[in-house]
Ligand binder design. Structure first.
Ligand SMILES: Nc1ncnc2c1ncn2[C@@H]1O[C@H](COP(=O)(O)OP(=O)(O)O)[C@@H](O)[C@H]1O
Ligand SMILES: [Mg+2]
Length: 426
């Protein structure tokens, strides 16, 4: 038998899970565990309620809580049956074409309808059949293009869109409008459409991403559809501002700020209570002080911090020792493996420069702040930063005017034993 590590803590399973919260009833990690961000949520629901159709971009750094926030807004907006949503969101991939976006959109609207309205009401609707036909047709086409281009056994969706005939954009528009009309007949005012990780679109090809939005603009304006786009910070400025006709249909992005340390402590206590084994006493697996400091080191990256706590549990917790973890145990327990991992994802010279940055005591830095410290030319430092960001060692904190401010990530801080000064509550 595999012993459950969490039983002695009075918990059913790990409170440090990293997946977004789920608005579905009976979900393992339900949206009721949500904390904070009420003003932002009200702003969005008000916008949705006061327009026939709407578009919003929700921005913030990775791990901050964008997906979960949109799930929360969806669950709030759909408390009344006038608005519908679905946990399914548009899966955004790099190099996505107008057609691929259109298909994802049709599938999402279709699931939103079929999961919320009784089947008998939808069965005979021509619009539903037209949408289902479009999806099936697309699958057949990708399949046959996949077979002819790559031989039998090629998996669905590997074919490039250029290998097969395409659907005219007007067809998507008609199918989508038909689906919305169908919802209207059932008394639905609007549907919330969530597209996640929009940054995937432009990481490889900015130009293509900018054109995609120009090409799908008509679908974004269909009354009755309310779009919620999640992306890392800078998406709107980089992608949507290329074409004025695109930018003009988007209000300013909603840039989420990090939760406060107290909200993060509350978040964990909510998780403990949710996971509590009935009749058992909860032993918090980590002290609130450690959470405060660790969260400060992670600068709002909740997922990063939860991952670190999950990793620390494996090192420090056992069924026989139920003492809550403190920072002075977490840090040394994780440091060697985080250092090893960083060493594997960097070259020896990158790693040694990183070590120098960590030892410099600079909390935040511009590239120019490091010319002295690293004894490198500005060009070499620029290159170094471009390599250290994907290695998750440093991150862009903000752009002030023309200068970019960076800092070490929480992960690198743990690796090098750097603690955020002043983040420990007194
Ligand atoms: N406001 C919140 N309340 C409770 N938990 C949250 C909140 N925001 C994020 N989380 C949790 O933090 C983790 C990261 O959130 P996620 O929405 O996936 O971030 P992002 O989409 O920005 O990368 C998830 O485990 C999620 O459940
Ligand atoms: Mg996300």
């Amino acid at each position: 038998m595999i012993p459950n590590l969490w039983t002695p803590y009075g918990l059913r399973s790990s409170p440090f899970f990293q997946d977004p919260l789920d608005p579905n009833e009976g979900a393992l990690h339900p949206i009721s565990l949500f904390v904070g961000r009420k003003t932002d949520a009200t702003r969005l629901t008000t916008r949705i309620g006061s327009n026939e159709g709407s578009r919003a971009t929700v921005e913030g750094q990775a791990g901050l809580g964008k997906t979960t926030f949109i799930q929360f807004v969806k669950s709030r907006a759909t408390e009344s049956s006038q608005y519908l949503s679905h946990t399914r969101h548009i899966r955004v991939t790099s190099g996505m074409t107008q057609e691929a976006f259109g298909i994802e959109l049709v599938k999402t609207v279709l699931s939103t309808l079929t999961s919320n309205l009784p089947e008998r009401k939808l069965r005979r609707r021509a619009a539903i059949r037209a949408a289902q036909k479009l999806v099936e047709e697309n699958e057949k086409r990708s399949w046959s293009a996949g077979v002819s281009a790559f031989g039998v056994g090629a998996s669905l969706g590997t074919a490039k869109s250029s290998d097969r005939p395409t659907f005219p954009p007007t067809q998507f528009f008609e199918v989508l409008s038909g689906l919305v009309a169908c919802a209207r007949k059932e008394g639905v005012t609007g549907m919330l459409i969530h597209a996640d990780n929009m940054e995937n679109l432009f990481e490889s090809d900015l130009d293509l991403a900018q054109h995609l939005f120009r090409d799908v603009r008509d679908y974004l304006l269909i009354p009755g559809l309310h779009y919620l786009f999640a992306a890392t910070t800078g998406f709107q400025a980089e992608v949507l501002s290329r074409f004025p006709q695109v930018l003009s249909i988007f209000p300013d992005p909603l840039v989420l700020s990090p939760l406060s340390p107290n909200e993060v402590v509350e978040l964990l206590h909510k998780r403990y209570r949710h996971l509590q084994i009935p009749g058992s006493k909860i032993v918090p697996p980590v002290t609130d002080d450690a959470v405060h400091t660790l969260f400060g080191n992670y600068h709002g990256d909740l997922r990063g911090m939860l991952t670190a706590l999950g990793d620390a549990c494996e090192e420090l917790l056992s069924s026989s020792n139920t003492k809550p973890m403190t920072l002075d145990r977490i840090q040394p327990a994780l440091s060697p493996s985080y250092r090893d991992r960083l060493m594997q994802t960097t070259t020896p010279s990158m790693f040694s420069h990183l070590e120098t940055i960590a030892g410099s005591g600079l909390k935040e830095f511009r590239q120019t702040d490091l010319t002295e410290v690293l004894k490198l030319t500005p060009g070499r430092i620029n290159q170094l930063f471009q390599d250290l960001i994907p290695a998750r060692a440093i991150r862009l904190v903000e752009t002030r005017g023309r200068s970019k401010i960076f800092s070490l990530t929480g992960y690198a801080r743990i690796a090098f034993g750097v603690e955020e000064p002043g983040s420990t509550p007194s």
